[in-house]
Write a protein that binds this ligand. Structure first.
Ligand code: FE
Length: 206
């Protein structure tokens, strides 16, 4: 086991159970309202979710000036589209190119840009992903079905509570005639974490 000195490998084996227990306690003590909690979770899982990030990516693909603002000051550029807030302070956008691929992890826990990606998937929070994304990132990508050529430089970004990363994937070929809505529909959560590329299915092609 390696990773960094801020790793928490002795985390409980079943965090979901612990969260449930904590939630029950907070509700029992009258500290939180279960209905409010459900609304909050639903909002981040389904309404905010990765679609916000997809719109940011689509805009960056179609508007070079926006892309420059996004890469130089992500918080402000993301706020232009109306997104921001809790767990999204101090965003940094990293751009994939033909020669550079970016991968995002949080080795400490599960820091993740909520306003643009929603709640982190289970695998993102898992100990194997958090450690192996640093030790063997190419191996991790292969398991996700992404075979990176040796010539492509792989950059791994370790998120923290203060710094959250979003990958700007490469715009796929064959999308020249698509508008932002069509482009956004191509963008996946996994591509914005850096464990996938964006491909155009035949049906998508405009
Ligand atoms: Fe974290």
């Amino acid at each position: 086991m390696t990773t960094t000195d801020h790793d928490h490998q002795d985390a409980p084996s079943d965090p979901a159970l612990r969260v449930k227990a904590l939630e029950s306690l907070l509700v029992a003590k009258g500290l939180v309202d279960r209905a409010a909690l459900e609304v909050l979770i639903d909002t981040y899982e389904h309404k905010i979710g990765p679609r916000n990030g997809a719109r940011v990516v689509a805009r960056a693909w179609s508007d070079p000036a926006y892309k420059q603002r996004l890469l130089s000051n992500a918080d402000a550029a993301i706020a232009e589209l109306g997104y921001g807030g809790m767990q999204g302070e101090h965003m940094v956008v990293v751009e994939n190119t033909a020669t550079i691929h970016n991968l995002v992890v949080c080795t400490l826990c599960s820091c993740y840009p909520w306003p643009v990606l929603g709640l982190p998937p289970v695998w993102y929070k898992s100990a194997p992903y958090r450690s192996r994304a640093v030790i063997d990132p190419r191996g991790v990508l292969r398991e996700f079905g992404l075979h990176l050529a040796d010539a492509v430089e792989l950059r791994v970004w370790d998120s923290t509570a203060e710094l959250r990363y979003l990958v700007l994937p490469e715009r796929p070929a064959g999308t020249q005639s698509m508008d932002d809505t069509e482009l956004a529909a191509l963008v996946t959560r996994d591509a914005m974490v850096g464990v996938a590329r964006i491909t155009v299915q035949h049906g998508d092609r405009a």
